[in-house]
Structure formats: structure tokens, C-alpha cells
Design a binder for this molecule. Structure first.
Ligand code: PMP
Length: 368
């Protein structure tokens, strides 16, 4: 989208650690079936649209004033939604969980400090690190992209990062971490007092038996669990992410958040949506069914889907992932090339979108 030349950018006195970086840029193409950014592709139900509209209209009357800086009602509603005995003082929200992660890095990272992630993982982690001048330490996973408690803890003990980002379910691979991994990483961080952040953006889509790290919060003051309304709640456009942690973590974030960072419109939207969360979350079961259909369909085509606890499926076994991506696009289906050879990632959409993806992939694979 940029109108400038690379030379013009290079001539600016940009910070050294931002030179040569590419911005986050999943393509926003006008394609019939868009399954590349793990959104909930179901439209917001009418009932919720009406509630949001009324709530925003009410907030509009006082837009001359700054919003509630503490978004007290929202924090209370988020605590009730999460359960686990959490109170509003343990909740914090921002413009997407991206902003939550940025605030955590601003408060606990920064120059001279290190954040550790385990690639392949959410592509924004290194960029958020660069933006806050935090050194990014890339940990390693097993051949099959798995991460065991033993390996993660040993790597954390070796590098002693100020923060660890554990993405569970992991993007792009889709698989959740066992709580033993979170516990082991937390234990390995005790010695150097590191923060452990579990990014649970996709938690609501987990397979039965997968447990949330929220249950580990009691007694762990440096554990943070981040969530978002962008995925299960079908509200990516509203930009509302949140976290649960010890109350002192939210005090730390008050030092870095911009004054009134959460607009009155955002608060009104999220509060109305949370009053209807049961309706909003009705799509989750269907999305999980579509995800499972994708896994089955991929296996039938001789491909190799990873275990998915999320609303997307990461799969290998492609001779040429880039070529398959292009061929799918030509059939009107946009998926994600995450830059890992022989692999692609696809979001589970509606039943019709899922069928369109599976049909297109079958056609591409069988040359019909
Ligand atoms: N974490 C993970 C793992 C994600 O995949 C995403 C979105 N793609 C986010 C965080 C950020 O989402 P948002 O800012 O919309 O809450």
C-alpha cells in the first residue's frame, strides 16, 4: 500500500533495529473465500448487532468526554465470562491482544531485556519485540513442531529471558500446549523472576480435554494469560483483547498504557457483546466441526494436518506450498502461506466456505 520507495525510507533516521524489517502484512485481497487470518467468518448475529448498535448510540451522547480510563464495567464482565474465580482487578483490556502483548513488552521488556518465543509461532512476536527494543530469543521446537516441558524449561533456564511467550494453541501450527509446559517454564523462570505469558487467542476452539492456563494463575504472580474477542467472539473488527493475571500486573500496565486507550465506542461494543456471549459463541461448535472436516479431508488427500485446538488447520505434505497457494487463489480461495516449506494454513470458515476450500484443494491435487 505504500507510495514511498525503499530508498526514501532508508534515508529517514529510523531506529537501527527497525531497519530492513517488513510490517505485518497478511494480504487483504478481495476474494470470495477468505480463510487466511483466522477470523470467525460467521457474521455477527442480528441480535448482537442490535445490542451493539444501541450501546454505541448511548455512548455517543457523551463522546465529548474521555471514556472510563479503568473500563470498570468491561473488566467485570470479562472476569465473569472467564470464571476461574477471577475478579475485575485481575483483568485488563486493550485494542486487540496485539496491544496487550505490546504493553506487556513495554512494561517488562525494553532495551537490554529479552523475550523468548518458540518459532514457528505468532509472527507478530518478533515485530512487537523490535518495536519495544526488546531482544527476541528464538527457542527451538521438535521436528514435528512440538514443545515438551523438559525442552522448554531447559531453554528458558539457559537463556533466562525477561519474558516468555507461549502461544497455546500455537499459531500457525494449531496445537495447544499441555499445562505441564506452562508449569515447567514458570518454574524455570522463578530463579530470574521472568514473566510467562500464555497467548490463548484461540482457547475457545480447544479439543475436549485441553485445559486453559487460567487454572494456573493462583499463586503465580508472574503468569499472564492473554485472550481476544477477535476469534471465538467474531469481533475482530472491534479490536478488543484482554488478559488475566495478578492485580499487580495490571498496575504495571497502567504505567505504559496511553491515557484512555480504550475508546468509549470500544467499551460500549464489548460490553454489549459480552451480555450476549452465549449467542456469539454459538458459532464455535460449528467452526470446530468444520475444522474437523478439514482435518479429515486433508487426510483423504494424503496430506498431513497437525492436531488442531483452534479454528485453523496447519498441514504439510505439499510438494510446492507456494504453487498450491496460488492455485487455490485462482479458484477464489485465499489461505495462508506461513513461509514454512511444504506447508499451508487454512482457517475453518462456514460450512460452505469449508466445502469450497476442500473442493478447490481436491481439484488442485487431482488436476481436475
Ligand atoms: N495472538 C495470536 C496467536 C494471534 O493469532 C492473533 C491474531 N492473529 C493475535 C494474538 C492478535 O489478535 P488481536 O489483536 O485481534 O486480538
Amino acid at each position: 500500500d505504500s507510495q514511498s520507495s525503499p530508498e526514501a525510507l532508508a534515508a529517514l533516521p529510523l531506529r537501527e533495529n527497525l531497519r530492513g524489517l517488513s510490517p505485518y502484512g497478511a494480504p487483504q485481497l478481495d476474494v470470495p473465500v477468505t480463510l487466511n487470518t483466522n477470523e470467525n467468518t460467521h457474521p455477527v448475529p442480528d441480535e448482537v448487532v442490535r445490542a451493539i448498535t444501541a450501546s454505541v448510540a448511548e455512548s455517543a451522547v457523551s463522546l465529548n468526554r474521555y471514556p472510563d480510563r479503568e473500563f470498570t464495567e468491561l473488566r467485570q464482565r470479562l472476569a465473569e465470562y472467564l470464571g476461574h474465580g477471577l475478579s475485575g482487578s485481575q483483568l485488563w483490556a486493550a485494542n486487540g491482544s496485539n496491544e496487550i502483548l505490546q504493553q506487556l513488552l513495554q512494561a517488562f521488556g525494553g532495551p537490554g531485556r529479552t523475550v523468548m518465543g518458540f518459532p514457528p509461532t505468532y509472527s507478530m512476536y518478533p515485530l512487537l519485540a523490535a518495536g519495544t527494543d526488546t531482544r527476541y530469543q528464538a527457542g527451538v521446537r521438535g521436528e514435528d513442531f512440538s514443545l515438551t516441558a523438559e525442552s522448554a524449561a531447559a531453554q528458558v533456564a539457559e537463556h533466562r529471558p525477561n519474558l516468555v511467550l507461549l502461544c497455546s494453541p500455537n499459531n500457525p501450527t494449531g496445537t495447544a500446549l499441555g499445562l505441564d509446559v506452562v508449569e515447567a517454564v514458570y518454574r524455570a523462570s522463578e530463579d530470574h523472576q521472568g514473566m510467562v505469558i500464555v497467548d490463548e487467542a484461540y482457547a475457545e476452539f480447544a479439543l475436549s480435554g485441553t485445559r486453559s492456563a487460567l487454572s494456573l494463575l493462583p499463586g503465580r504472580p508472574r503468569l499472564v494469560v492473554t485472550r481476544t474477542m477477535s476469534k471465538a467472539f467474531a469481533l475482530a473488527g472491534a479490536r478488543l483483547g484482554y488478559l488475566a493475571a495478578a492485580p499487580e500486573v495490571t498496575d504495571a500496565l497502567r504505567l505504559v498504557r496511553l491515557p484512555y486507550h480504550l475508546s468509549a465506542v470500544s467499551q460500549a461494543t464489548a460490553n454489549a457483546a459480552l451480555q450476549h456471549y452465549d449467542v456469539l459463541l454459538e458459532t464455535v461448535e460449528d467452526i470446530k466441526r468444520q475444522r474437523d472436516r478439514i482435518v479429515d479431508g486433508l487426510l483423504e488427500l494424503g496430506l498431513e494436518p497437525a492436531v488442531s485446538d483452534s479454528n485453523f488447520v496447519f498441514f504439510g505434505g505439499l510438494e510446492d506450498a507456494q504453487q498450491t497457494w496460488q492455485a487455490l487463489l485462482e479458484r477464489g480461495v485465499l489461505v495462508r502461506d506461513v513461509g514454512i516449506a511444504h506447508h499451508l494454513r487454512v482457517t475453518a470458515g462456514t460450512q460452505a466456505e469449508t466445502t469450497a476450500f476442500l473442493d478447490a484443494l481436491r481439484a488442485v491435487r487431482t488436476g481436475t
